[in-house]
Design a protein around this ligand. Structure first.
Ligand SMILES: [Mg+2]
Length: 304
């Protein structure tokens, strides 16, 4: 059963899975108008700032989206405020900034918010002074996280000893480890913090399986809940809105997904933009997905 959880998902499978967990996602306040525009330069007439998803908006894997570097520079030249808001928890904000720089973007560290740091900043409230067992990428030393954190993959004794679990990265996760975590939580339920609520993420060739998928499986099986940080949940948007310093209705959240970017931006009181030509919906019927889910953005553009 657990190994089925690790089977690859198609885009329609992933959409169905997102719909099945809608009760655990924020509510969509009201669908947008779905106005079709050519690109973000046309959206710029309507807002003063942009909150930008990374994958599917700025880049696909290690390649910048054609025209995206120039578009971001042009938005900046028009005086638009910019901030990247990414559900990325495997590496630090400094790592994310370095990656965007390598791709040709000029974002400063203050213009990047990762779900990792949104979660990290709230660990002390959830479990003051607690010992965390992390599910993490190789070589993550947690130096940017203000809490006591160790890796349950490198030190399995933490499955028993940890007072809370912090799901950062699924790159090393396996069916056996998912079973081990389920057993640990069944024996002694502890807070589960999910620092990347995504179920899947498109790579150049397939959908990767992300921490949210495994956390929902645990909740399906054991009940309980999780502390979710990252899009579409509110804390990530609170932190990003503070960076932008603009009224929320003058900010456009731009992304390639409905259940994270569009839903998240809308619940935060921002305008929303779906990019259909890159990322999740590339080659798929975004219109049908919007209709079925009721997650309609204010603006629809094929590209950045
Ligand atoms: Mg994306």
């Amino acid at each position: 059963m657990t190994s089925a959880l690790f089977a690859s998902l198609s885009v329609p499978d992933a959409f169905a899975r997102y719909e099945s967990v809608r009760p655990r996602l924020p509510r969509m306040p009201k669908p947008g108008a779905g106005m079709a525009l050519p690109d973000l330069s046309a959206v710029a007439d309507h807002v003063d700032g942009f909150l930008l998803d990374a994958f599917g908006v700025l880049n696909v894997g290690d390649t910048p989206i054609p025209g995206a570097v120039a578009r971001i520079a042009a938005l900046r030249a028009r005086g638009k405020r910019l901030c990247v808001l990414t559900n990325a928890a495997s590496y630090t904000r400094a790592g994310a900034v370095a990656k965007y720089r390598r791709l040709g973007f000029d974002f400063t560290p203050e213009e990047v918010v990762t779900s990792r740091e949104v979660a990290a900043a709230r660990l002390a409230v959830i479990l003051p002074g607690g010992d965390w067992g992390a599910i993490s990428a190789p070589e993550d030393d947690f130096h940017d996280i203000p809490a006591r954190v160790g890796s349950v993959i490198d030190d399995p004794a933490l499955f028993d000893r940890a007072e809370g679990f912090l799901f950062l990265s699924s790159v090393r996760w396996t069916p056996a480890l998912q079973e081990r975590l389920a057993r640990a939580q069944a024996d002694r339920p502890r807070p589960l913090v999910v620092a990347n609520p995504d179920l899947v993420a498109p790579t150049e060739t397939r959908l990767s399986l992300e921490p949210g998928l495994f956390a929902h499986d645990l909740i399906d099986r054991l009940g309980g809940t999780a502390h979710w940080f990252g899009k579409p949940y509110p804390d990530a948007f609170d932190d990003a809105a503070a960076r932008l310093g603009l009224p929320r209705d003058r900010v456009a959240m731009v992304g390639d997904t409905l259940h994270t970017d569009v839903l998240g931006g809308a619940q935060a009181g921002m305008r929303t933009v779906l990019i259909t030509g890159h990322g999740l919906f590339r080659g798929h019927d975004a219109g049908a997905a919007m209709q079925e889910s009721g997650l309609v953005p204010d603006f629809i553009v094929p590209t950045t």
